[in-house]
Write a protein that binds this ligand. Structure first.
Ligand code: NDP
Length: 454
């Protein structure tokens, strides 16, 4: 009997599978040499055995993982209609005897109809379901999708994938804030002035208008990823990092998170890029990108300010921002500590608060401090202590995939948390629909519209 885990990628011919999932599988198998996987692909258009094998080989080669190919038992590429019960049955029939992972790398609407169509009795015991973002389109649809999924398997076998939770820097926040006596006692409104979580990109639309023009930066990044990062930064320190303690702690933060002063018009901003140059690359205006419907008013840069209404955090503004086609893009979690109440008379210069900066890619931790010394021993100046945090983004999907293959949902988004993320942004979406917040513009390659912080 073969007890190998079967990883069935539904949508194996798609962009996500080719660019992220299959390379991540290669990376994982390179690192964990005892692991083997039975791999099945599926899509609605036929791919012959040779082309399927070539796709797996090419994607593994793209991350230098050719040596891991011998740890893949390559199953067939199946032509199915995933939105029909029959499609899923075809996959189950082709799976090995071991645990089965159904990875839905399908357009979101197809994933939803596929899950609705599955007959629970068709799924072998222990089947794991992995779903990509976006999870639903609003709080209600996320709740309905959760109901559908729980009809099929228990919550611990559902993996709502957020690869940000596999990023080493995000995980490093947990250790840095909980395992150091210089940070652990000050991690609250008493000492922290503000927090900013920013993920700007130099990339533009990259041909993904079909998805992005219906989502925009608020949904694509803030709802799907940055709120999960907020939850890690602001959670009560959990007793353990197991799936129950960690996910209870992050879900509790999300339940307490609201738009600052319940005023989405004053606490959010949106903009979209016009033609410009990013690095060496000339970019057209967002509205001139193929497939974009300008009348939708989709934003390519979004910012919201939140408050976590708990005794620990009430009154601390937490700003989340993400955008595309930006010059000098910042990707970081910045924790600003309040200035000290008094600096001894005799020390000269400013003493702004200490800043703790977690950079995402390259992954680095920096602490900005006031020190004195040098030519004038009583003059304060800024010093930066930096530490390299090692591997970053590349490992994120592999980390998430390892969790799925090991039936460990710690790094997956729990159903209630996914619903909360929609609940948090809903007032902003409504304010934007009403036109309460102007859609500003910024040239591609700039740091954003005039008046926004660089
Ligand atoms: P693509 O459009 O590139 O790929 C979709 C895949 O689904 C194709 O393999 C397609 O096969 C298959 N498919 C579509 N309809 C059916 C059907 N009825 N039955 C069986 N197979 C079907 O999408 P992406 O790969 O870009 O995205 C997939 C998911 O991942 C989406 O939910 C997306 O939001 C999410 N995601 C994508 C990211 C990315 O960078 N691409 C990043 C993060 C999340 P065929 O062509 O044969 O129809």
């Amino acid at each position: 009997m073969n007890a190998e885990t079967t990883l069935a990628i539904l949508g194996a011919s798609g962009d996500l599978a080719g660019r992220l999932l299959l390379p991540a599988l290669g990376e994982l198998l390179m690192e964990e040499r005892d692991r083997t996987v039975h791999l099945i692909g599926a899509g609605s258009t036929a791919m012959d055995d040779g082309a399927w094998r070539q796709r797996v080989t090419d994607t593994f080669s793209s991350v230098g993982a050719e040596d891991a190919l011998d740890r893949v038992t390559l199953g067939p590429f199946l032509v199915i209609d995933a939105s029909k019960a029959e499609g899923i049955r075809t996959i189950v029939d082709a799976a090995s005897e071991g645990p089965l992972v159904l990875y839905f790398a399908l357009p979101p609407a197809v994933t939803a109809s596929a899950c609705a169509a599955i007959d629970p009795s068709d799924l072998p015991a222990g089947t794991m379901l992995a779903l990509e973002k976006p999870f639903g389109t609003d709080e209600r649809s996320a709740r309905e999708l959760n109901d559908t999924l729980r009809r099929l398997v228990p919550e611990s076998q559902i993996f709502r994938v957020d690869h940000f939770l596999g990023r080493s820097t995000v995980l490093n926040v947990i250790g840095s804030r909980t395992a150091n006596r210089i940070f652990e006692p000050i991690w609250s409104h008493r000492d922290i002035e503000s927090i900013s979580i920013r993920y700007d990109e130099s990339l533009g639309l990259e041909g993904r208008a079909g998805y992005y023009d219906g989502a925009g930066a608020l949904v694509d990044m803030i709802q799907s990823h940055l709120l999960q990062v907020l939850a890690i930064v602001a959670m009560e320190p959990p007793a353990t990092l197991d799936e129950i303690d960690l996910r209870d702690a992050t879900a509790a933060v999300l339940r307490a998170t609201h738009i600052w002063k319940d005023d989405p018009a004053a606490s959010s901003r949106r903009a979209r890029y016009t033609a410009g140059t990013v690095g060496e690359r000339r970019m057209p205006s967002y509205v001139d990108e193929p497939g974009v419907d300008a009348s939708r008013g989709t934003e390519t840069l979004a910012e919201i300010v939140c408050e976590v209404r708990t005794a620990r955090w009430a009154g601390v503004p937490i700003t989340l921002r993400s955008g595309k086609a930006l010059g000098d893009p910042a990707r970081e979690i910045v924790v600003r500590i309040k200035p000290v109440r008094h600096v001894p008379t005799g020390l000269t210069g400013d003493a702004p608060g200490t800043v703790l900066r977690f950079s995402l890619g390259p992954d680095r931790l920096a602490v900005e401090l006031n020190v004195n010394g040098g030519a004038d021993p009583f003059a304060l100046h800024r010093a930066v202590l930096e530490a390299d945090l090692g591997l970053g983004a590349q490992r994120a999907y592999a980390e998430v995939l390892a969790g799925i293959l090991d039936t460990d949902p710690t790094l997956a988004v729990r159903g209630d948390a996914a619903e909360q993320c929609w609940r948090i942004i809903a007032p902003v979406q409504e304010a934007w629909r009403r036109g309460d917040v102007p859609l500003e513009e910024y040239p591609a390659g700039s740091t954003g519209p005039d008046g926004w912080p660089a």
